[in-house]
Design a protein around this ligand. Structure first.
Ligand code: DQA
Length: 143
């Protein structure tokens, strides 16, 4: 089983970006955490981050055949992107949506998600641990 972990815009700045909201761990720290957990679970993981919507779409298209599930933190694109919604629908892989913070406890504009209607599960507000939970869930489902 191989799981693709995708991260959207501005998540490359984790560690210094609003640490009171997103925590002090960098994206590399999160990747290390997830890789360790994946290894324990006996699943493979691929990691990709981009600030470009189209690059995320390209990566999703390439995922078909290579990966059996997707963990995605679409970041700001969660709340805006019909394009990402369509790409996730097109590839027809199980998707777990992750947010470090809980968008529902924040500004109104973060309450809508274009990704949630396609998600097997949504994990929000669990910080970096949310990525581990997501990989664990997909590993379970795909076993
Ligand atoms: C986020 C929440 C989004 O609202 C925000 O735009 C992000 C990060 C999170 O992980 O909490 O960039 O997806």
């Amino acid at each position: 089983v191989n799981i693709l972990v995708l991260n959207g815009p501005n998540l490359n700045l984790l560690g210094t970006r609003e640490p009171e909201v997103y925590g002090s761990q960098t994206l590399a720290d999160i990747e290390a955490l997830v890789r360790r957990r994946a290894e324990e679970l006996g699943v493979g993981v691929g990691f990709f981050q981009s600030n470009w919507e189209g690059a995320l779409v390209d990566e999703l298209h390439k995922a078909r055949g290579e990966y059996q599930g997707v963990v995605i933190n679409p970041a700001g694109l969660t709340h805006t992107s019909v394009v990402l919604h369509d790409a996730l629908k097109a590839i027809d892989l199980p998707v777990v949506e992750v947010h470090l913070s809980n968008p529902h406890a924040r500004e109104e504009f973060r309450h809508r998600s274009f990704v949630s209607p396609l998600a097997t599960a949504v994990i929000a507000g669990a910080g970096a641990r949310g990525y581990e939970f997501a990989v664990e869930l997909l590993a379970d489902r795909l076993a």
